[in-house]
Each structure stands twice: as structure tokens, then as C-alpha cells.
Ligand binder design. Structure first.
Ligand code: HEM
Ligand code: HEM
Length: 194
């Protein structure tokens, strides 16, 4: 299932800029003020929120571009590739890879990337779904900016995505770095298209 065809510019750039934007959202949200607390906030915290809002809207557009680029690359296989748990064939491929992964653990032997393609794509699919969740609740808040109470309620739903996003970044980016360190060249292929 390893696809060695170089990735096109729209996929590489939307992925790279989206990754930066999402890291920014995660870090900046620790210090920004929320609109329902502006009265007690400093000017700096309000500016951080405005940055979160506009970066979030840009990230939502980049996410649409990323999904469109994935669709262009994988065509009719896109859903089966990124949501393999939806079909019986996908679930058994996932179970097979997980068994291989767990089997290697006692010997501290991690499989190479080509042996966990289904698992990696399933994780990437969950990452895209998490971002769709952030983007839709974020855009809803932006549209309802003059109804603070409703915005506050959507904000507490928007927050649910924080833990899945952190787990996703740790797993997806963490594994990419480990494979890179082992010389498998995944980062180079994803970011430079080599
Ligand atoms: C894909 C885009 C976005 C991502 C990845 C994102 C990410 C985040 C994260 C990680 C948090 C902190 C959650 C926590 O620590 O509990 C947060 C909070 C928040 N975000 Fe976003 N965000 C995005 C788009 C937006 C947009 C467009 C708005 C526009 C209004 C927005 C408004 C807020 C607000 C108001 C909060 C505070 C929620 C609360 O504390 O109840 N976000 N966001
Ligand atoms: C939340 C942000 C991110 C999202 C939504 C995301 C999503 C994706 C998706 C959907 C793919 C599959 C592309 C394809 O099959 O053609 C992918 C691949 C990849 N991503 Fe990310 N990614 C994010 C952040 C990152 C970060 C921060 C890194 C840096 C370490 C990274 C490194 C990679 C690498 C190396 C690949 C290629 C994996 C392979 O060839 O098997 N990603 N990403």
C-alpha cells in the first residue's frame, strides 16, 4: 500500500501550513482571553484571541484544501484509505497491523512505515476529523460573535477537541520523527515532495 508517487504542491503546502497553524492554535489558546472574559483581560490577551480567530478561519480553509488535495491524489479510495474502520476488510487489515505492532513490543522492535500504512492512514483520518470538528465549531462561534452566551456554549464544545488533537499530534508527528530518525525519509517526501 506504500504510494511512492511524489505528492503534489497543494497537498504538501496545505499540510505544512496547516500543521503550523494548528500548533499555533494549540499554544496560543493557553494564554488568549475568551470574548466572554474580555472585561478582565489585558490588551495582549485580546490580541492573542483575535489571532486565534483569524488563524482558525485560515486553518479551516487550508483543511478544505488538504481534503480536496487528498481526494485528487487518492480518488475513489480516499474514504477507504483514511477511514478503514468503516469496512470489514479495513478493520481486519488494521487488526493485522496492530497484532504485528504489539507482537514486536516485547523485543522493542518497531515495524517500519510500510508495515503500518493502514494504521497510519487511520490515525491521519482521525486527525482530519478532529480538525473538521474544530473548524465547524470555530466557524459557528465566529458567525455568532454578537450572541455571547451561545458562543460561550459552543466554546465549551469546541474545547472537547483539545485532548484528541494533542494525542493526534503526539502520535502522528511523533511517529513521523521516529521514522525519519530511522532514515525512512517520510518527512522529506511529505514536506519536500522528494
Ligand atoms: C481549525 C481551527 C481551530 C483550531 C485547531 C482551534 C483550536 C483551539 C484549541 C486547541 C483551543 C483550546 C481548548 C482547550 O485548551 O481547552 C481553542 C479554544 C477556543 N477557540 Fe479555537 N480553534 C480553531 C478555530 C477557531 C475559530 C475560527 C474561532 C473563532 C471564534 C475559535 C475560537 C475559540 C474560542 C472562543 C476558544 C475558547 C473556548 C473556551 O474556552 O470555551 N477557534 N481552540
Ligand atoms: C494537525 C495537523 C496535521 C494534519 C491534519 C496532518 C494530516 C496528514 C495527512 C492527512 C497525511 C496523509 C497524506 C497522504 O497520505 O498523502 C499526513 C502525512 C504526513 N504527515 Fe501530517 N498532519 C499534521 C501535522 C503534521 C506534523 C506537525 C508533522 C511533522 C512532524 C507531520 C508529518 C507528516 C508526514 C511525515 C507524513 C507522511 C507520512 C507517510 O508518508 O506515510 N504532519 N499528515
Amino acid at each position: 500500500m506504500t504510494d511512492l508517487k511524489p505528492r503534489g504542491a497543494s497537498l504538501r503546502y496545505s499540510h505544512a501550513v496547516l500543521a503550523l497553524a494548528v500548533l499555533h492554535q494549540l499554544i496560543g489558546s493557553e494564554w488568549m482571553s475568551k470574548p466572554w472574559r474580555f472585561k478582565e483581560a489585558s490588551a495582549w490577551q485580546i490580541q492573542l484571541y483575535e489571532l486565534h480567530e483569524w488563524t482558525g478561519l485560515a486553518a479551516s480553509l487550508l483543511l478544505v484544501l488538504l481534503i480536496w488535495s487528498l481526494w485528487r491524489r487518492y480518488g475513489a479510495d480516499t474514504l477507504a484509505r483514511f477511514l478503514p474502520w468503516l469496512s470489514g476488510v479495513g478493520r481486519s487489515a488494521l487488526a493485522g497491523e496492530l497484532r504485528g505492532l504489539l507482537g514486536g513490543l516485547p523485543r522493542l522492535q518497531a515495524p517500519d512505515a510500510s508495515q503500518t500504512r493502514v494504521l497510519a492512514a487511520a490515525v491521519e483520518g482521525l486527525g482530519v476529523l478532529t480538525l473538521l470538528f474544530f473548524a465547524s465549531t470555530g466557524v459557528a462561534m465566529w458567525l455568532l460573535e454578537d450572541q455571547l452566551e451561545l458562543m460561550h456554549e459552543i466554546g465549551s464544545i469546541h474545547e472537547w477537541g483539545a485532548l484528541p488533537l494533542k494525542l493526534y499530534l503526539a502520535g502522528h508527528a511523533g511517529m513521523a520523527l521516529i521514522h525519519e530518525w530511522r532514515g525512512e525519509g517520510l518527512l522529506r517526501r511529505m514536506f519536500r515532495g522528494a
